[in-house]
Design a protein around this ligand. Structure first.
Ligand SMILES: [Cu+2]
Length: 509
């Protein structure tokens, strides 16, 4: 049982004996220097006792103070906003009772700054991250990445946003300031005294089966708050949707069927806006919407909901239900958030027809177009694994080495079931790159699940995570051109990641 004080207790003694795992290097001159602490805290979320959480607290120690903001009343971590090209130094201080490390999800950073589990520091430990922000404008995020403990630490509240702007984006005059809203969606379960309840409580089989499904909570929180309501003006907004859940996938739509206009994905703005009836958002994926509320009536309410979908194939039990933390099964319908229109006059603004430059997709640039590198979902005993292997801290297999500067096709293949458990969706995330989706194919026997989510895929832009449904194969194109070193690929169902559905790959200079 991870919940309440067992998980959240501070190790105050250890903090005083803090040791530096890495020290700032002399060669790097930061424009922005931040102190980032992971701390235990408590926050009132529901009537009655406050909820014990772990959270990130940050402050700027050099540079523009406006780069860091905390949302009032939210247990989630700060929002860090920087312009492309900013050189950032982060002094991470671990004040929680488990080893931890920070991964800058989606950012292209050197090996030593990427948050590999081998760089985790114990309670009281410190680590210095240094990187130049070379990513395109977009919505990135950060979270813990210690091996075996990522799920409970993200669940406890350790989540922050890293929002990058660039000149190309700023020339578009998209909705900004209070009209640019980040929405981190997470599912949680609570004990009767308002404490976070995680899985793994059941001895033996039930605990194991919960992990195989992944945690599924019964309350939806947005930006760390229940019953989230956005008080909106009648005008266009930019909504940055982030799935910060451990395992839950959302099929997001307006309750009245209004189509969604998508302007960005994991790796930033699309070349041009695209419309979708709904968007499918797997754990760690981001989707940016441009939403025009100007035609809505004053006082009108809109609901963003998660529509039902089929999550498993082969008649399996992987949908969750009574497993997976007690929350409704994967694929259940949920209300997610409300938007209430204000009384002010409507303001109209046009969305540009062209957003950003994205190079044309040229799969033939890959040296292995005809023999893609297979990344197969497999089952190793009672654990999900990749290509039949579980995570090894330093281990790299011969077929996990790529050449720095090379372009490759990887194929994520989800054709494995686990006996009576059937098969289930896996969001596959690759560190060190942003990739492009070439195509998707699905086994004819798995069509029902696939068809229930596939219209919501947004594969037009840059991605760092791709949902792979049961029976699906996804080919992606990536170029290892940023930094050599040891990076990770893994399932972003955090319970799967923690059980070892993660591997190193080496970008060899
Ligand atoms: Cu998985």
């Amino acid at each position: 049982m991870l919940g309440g004080t067992a998980l959240m207790g501070a190790v105050s003694g250890a903090v005083q004996s803090a040791q530096s795992a890495a020290i700032a290097t002399g060669a790097f001159t930061p424009d922005l220097e931040i102190e980032l602490r992971a701390v235990p805290d408590q926050i009132p979320l529901y009537r009655g006792a406050p909820t014990h959480v772990w959270r990130y607290r940050a402050k700027v120690i050099k540079g523009d103070e406006r780069a860091v903001s905390h949302q009032p009343g939210s247990p989630l971590g700060p929002v860090i906003r920087v312009h492309r090209g900013t050189r950032v130094r982060v002094h991470f201080i671990n004040e929680v009772s488990q080893p931890s490390v920070v991964h800058w999800h989606g950012l292209l950073v050197p090996e030593a700054a990427d948050g590999h589990p081998r760089f985790a520091v114990g309670p009281g430990g410190r680590h210095v991250y240094e990187f130049e922000v070379i990513n395109r404008a977009g919505t990135y995020w950060f979270h813990p990445h210690p091996h075996g403990m990522t799920g409970p630490q993200v669940y406890a509240g350790l989540t922050g946003l890293f929002i990058v702007s660039d000149d190309e984006e700023q020339a578009l005059s998209l909705p900004a300031g209070e009209h640019d809203v980040s929405l981190v969606i997470q599912d949680r379960s609570f004990t009767r005294d308002n404490q976070l309840q995680y899985i793994g409580s059941g001895p033996g089989m039930m605990g194991m089966m919960s992990s195989m499904t992944g945690f599924l909570g019964d309350h939806i929180h947005v930006n760390g708050r229940p019953d989230y309501m956005l008080a909106a003006e009648r005008r266009p907004y930019r909504l940055r949707l982030v799935n910060g859940s451990n395992s839950r996938i959302y099929k997001l739509a307006w309750h009245n069927g209004t189509p969604l206009t998508v302007i960005g994905t994991d790796g930033g703005l699309l070349a041009a806006p695209v419309n979708r009836p709904y968007v499918t958002l797997a754990p760690s994926e981001r989707i940016e919407l441009w939403v025009d509320f100007s035609s809505r009536a004053a006082g009108e309410e809109l609901n963003l909901v998660s529509l039902p979908f089929v999550a498993s194939s082969g008649g399996g039990m992987m949908g969750g239900g009574m497993m997976g933390g007690g929350g409704p099964a994967q694929g259940s319908a949920f209300p997610v958030l409300k938007v209430r229109m204000g009384q002010g006059a409507a303001v109209s603004e046009k969305l540009p027809g062209k957003l950003a430059s994205i190079p044309a997709l040229h799969p033939e640039q890959a040296h292995n177009l005809n023999t893609p590198r297979p990344i197969r979902v497999t089952a190793s005993g009672m654990r999900w694994s990749l290509n039949g292997r579980l995570f090894e801290m330093e281990g790299v297999a011969r077929d996990e080495v790529v050449r720095f500067g090379s372009t490759e096709v990887w194929e994520f293949i989800n054709e494995a079931g686990m006996g009576m458990m059937g098969s289930m969706p896996h969001p596959i995330h690759v560190h060190g790159v942003q990739f492009r989706v070439i195509d998707r194919r699905v086994h004819p026997g798995a069509m029902a699940a696939w068809r229930s989510v596939s219209e919501g895929y947004v594969d037009e832009g840059w991605k760092d995570t791709a949902l792979v449904m049961p029976g699906e194969r996804v080919r992606v194109l990536m170029r290892f051109e940023h930094y050599p070193g040891l990076f990770l690929y893994h399932c972003h169902n955090l319970e799967h990641e923690d059980m070892g559905m993660m591997r190193n790959f080496l970008i060899k200079a």
